[in-house]
Ligand binder design. Sequence first.
Ligand code: SAH
Ligand code: SF4
Ligand code: F3S
Length: 491
Amino acid sequence: MLTLHRINPHLVWLGHAVADYHQICDVRGDILIGVSKTFYIETFGCQMNAHDSEKVIGTLEHEGYIQVSDEAEAGLILYNTCSIRDKAEQKVFHRLNEYKRMQGEGKQFGVLGCVAQQEGERIFERAPYVSLVAGSASYRNLPQMIARLEAGENRITGLDDRQTDQTFDTEFTARSNPHRGYITIIEGCDKFCAYCVVPYTRGKERSRTSASVLVEARRMADQGFTDIQLLGQNVNSWRDPSGRLSFAELLTAVGNISGIRRVRFTTSHPRDFTLDIVEAIDATPTLCDHIHLPVQSGSSSMLRAMSREYTRDWYLERMSWIHAAKRDISITSDMIVGFPGETDADFEQTITLLGAVRYDAVFAFKFSPRPNTPAVGMPDTISDELKTERLRILNDRQREIQREHYARHLGQTVEVMIESHNPARGQIVGRSTQNKTVNFTLEPGVPDPPIGSYLPIHITRTMPNCLIGEAIAGSIPSQTTPKAQPFVVLN
Ligand code: SAH
Ligand code: SF4
Ligand code: F3S
């Protein structure tokens, strides 16, 4: 039996007619699809990729396709890929090899995303059964590419170079969560850090207008979304092409939309991080008290080698603005260990930075040499053993810091958005505005609060990675019912 994820809102599912074949009619009653056009999509990588997939799904649905959750049932198999580190890229080719066994079944295959852009037509050589290779800067041409696929072409590419000025704005976004949704406000990257593929895989930095972002945010609020996350590889490098709003003003404007309770933004870049962002958070309760501001290294000489274009002190000055805020703003970061030439003294600077900032979470990675980037050819490479050792030391130190730092929440009341129920552990899982996971229990006999509702929780225990608490007696979950984007699963 076909498993339907979502149905295009323009289509009507004839539930009674599914015994032998799938019959879908449009609103006028014309049969559009006898044996349906189905697709399966798998996504790797960052939130931008996850959101790109939501837009690809929406676009395909608009073209009459139905998403299925089992690749065996799909006519078209899409793989949205990530190339940030070598391991991520290896995964793609491993998966493509697995697809090989399905090539005799008349299925079509497409590779999207960052590996598609990076490898281009070489993908056809490594996996000749792939018919479509498209990077994210070309998704706006998807309907044409899909039409060519349907016409039987088998070497279709969407590999716009990095010069494009266009963003991929579409009203056909199939958001997978009816309460929390992403909006990409800026695409691409012009920073060219020495280790990073993103400027090559996503093209040049290009922003959407404030008007188009606000229209989308208002539409989402009308649909019942209460939590909006603004996305960009460097979200705070956003510059309004219409010149109306600064980034901090855009945050405030989204936060002031009626019905929106939480606004997040990620990832911020230290170079474009300005004091007015902290002031906006202080002044606007709906802006979440969390800033993800990756430092990459605590050593100024490593930062120079990485072409980050700031120093340790410059970064620490931004930290002092955040530490001085009226609200307790949670700070998180990404770090790279083992960049070429990183000495013990450089690494020690990274460790001391952890203590100076007291992050709430750090995502640390071993440096991975990437194609096309300047760091590939740099001398003084660090052995994998040493990278592993430094990663372990960094993670151990950070865990100690988090154990101490999370303890500040003991005894506090923290509002959470309900994410899931964990009946096996008798717990409910929620997320705080600081983006922390809160596992909590209810009083006996109290019904589970609905997913997407908000509830105040009394924190009774803290761990290095999460908070534990109890719902406050008598508190009633506050909820907005999603109005559109029906989520349909038929088995
Ligand atoms: N634009 C963001 C980061 C996007 S990539 C910024 O500049 O902060 C996400 C993270 O992957 C980076 O912060 C970095 O820590 C890591 N990363 C990127 N390229 C890498 C590489 N070649 N090796 C290891 N980690 C890498
Ligand atoms: Fe990569 Fe640097 Fe751009 Fe971030 S700012 S995406 S690390 S090049
Ligand atoms: Fe990966 Fe591309 Fe995102 S390389 S991290 S999917 S921008």
